[in-house]
Design a binder for this molecule. Structure first.
Ligand SMILES: O=P(O)(O)OC[C@H]1O[C@](O)(CO)[C@@H](O)[C@@H]1O
Length: 346
């Protein structure tokens, strides 16, 4: 803070159980209808294109992972909206394009939705409220209501949709466990945040003067590495904060490591975990500045043990949000500060 800065010091926002839980009620209701739609569309589509920017795009990355794992005969691809428009991939009446945006106003995502109105495919949109530009003209619209937790809300709705789709298409033994466990997710977020608050404060203290941070994760947990590393620390703290897929770590990026390099490793519970563990073993040897956040340390109360792996990225994200809150306070740099995004023309 400079002498002329009259703004109050940035404080870590306290964990507000009621706000977190109430913010996700709209998404939880929408996911039941989404699961129903998934079942109805199960034999009416051959391909799914996921289209979104930023955080919703990385939510879709995790879903793409689980669709791969389910070994369906669906063609599944994920695009940034601008690339989707430039590429113009095959669209027909058996194509479902899934678009999501928390603001419902992101220019490229709205342009993609407008383009799709005249195309022969179906569209499924997830956003907050019906007045948003993205909500206009969707074939299937799922609204979460205004929410503090849009990123998790989008996940809840789309995971519900995919559970219904997989069950209707080929039988999905995890269907009931997924839907039940989604209902427990809001409380899991609160639980993970509460358990991680003191640690987040301590980590923030340790790393508050660093300007470079690397994040390693594998499989669906890369969603969290990206959302935390880029959408939070890069966008909201202006740090040189770079996420890497653990599977790629040994193919160039690891050359950056020395004893002083800060690295965060996120460990999930999915089949890709050994890739992140391999990176962990290496980093333990060559840097003294390692943070490990492991989903196995989080109870995820109410989540069926069979589906913990699906929920791990979100439990970890809730834990890391505490780190971000404390980092913002200790660096006196509000998470709401932007210098370009929504401020300039771009
Ligand atoms: O379309 P949405 O969900 O409103 O996202 C808009 C912005 O939010 C982020 O996902 C995270 O801040 C950005 O990456 C993106 O540009």
């Amino acid at each position: 803070m400079t002498l002329t800065d009259t703004r109050p010091p940035v404080q870590a926002t306290p964990i507000d159980r009621d706000l977190i839980v109430s913010s996700l009620q709209g998404a939880l209701q929408a996911k039941n209808a989404a699961a129903h739609l998934g079942r109805n569309l199960a034999h009416q589509i051959d391909r799914i294109y996921f289209v979104a920017c930023g955080a919703p795009n990385r939510v879709m990355l995790g879903l793409e992972y689980w669709l791969d794992q389910a070994q369906t005969d669906l063609q599944v691809k994920r695009y940034f909206p601008a690339e989707f428009l430039a590429l113009a991939p095959r669209l027909d009446e058996r194509t479902l394009v899934v678009l999501a945006s928390k603001s419902g106003t992101t220019q490229e995502t709205v342009e993609a939705a407008q383009f799709l109105r005249d195309q022969p495919c179906r569209t499924l949109v997830v956003t907050t409220t019906a007045d948003k530009p993205l909500a206009q003209g969707a074939d299937h619209l799922f609204l979460m209501g205004e929410t503090e937790q849009a990123h998790t809300g989008i996940y809840i709705v789309l995971q519900g949709f995919l559970a219904g789709l997989l069950d209707g298409r080929q039988g999905y033994s995890l269907h009931d466990a997924v839907l039940r466990s989604l209902d427990a997710l809001p409380d899991v977020l609160v639980e993970s945040a509460e358990l991680s608050d003191a640690r987040g404060q301590a980590d923030a203290h340790t790393y508050k003067d660093d300007h470079t941070l690397y994040h390693l994760a594998s499989g669906p947990v890369f969603t969290t590495a990206y959302v935390f590393g880029v959408c939070m620390l890069m966008e909201m703290q202006w740090l040189h904060s770079v996420p890497f897929e653990a599977a790629e770590w040994f193919h160039g990026p690891f050359e950056i490591l020395d004893a002083q390099t800060p690295v965060m490793i996120l460990l999930g519970e999915d089949p890709s975990r050994p890739q992140a563990e391999r990176a962990l073993t290496f980093c333990q040897k060559y840097t003294d500045r390692l943070m490990v956040y492991d989903a196995r340390d989080l109870p995820m109360t109410g989540v069926d043990p069979e589906v913990r792996a699906l929920f791990a990225p979100y439990a970890l994200q809730a834990a890391l949000n505490r780190f971000a809150e404390h980092l913002a306070a200790q660096r006196n740099h509000s998470l709401d500060t932007r210098r370009y995004m929504w401020v300039t023309d771009y």
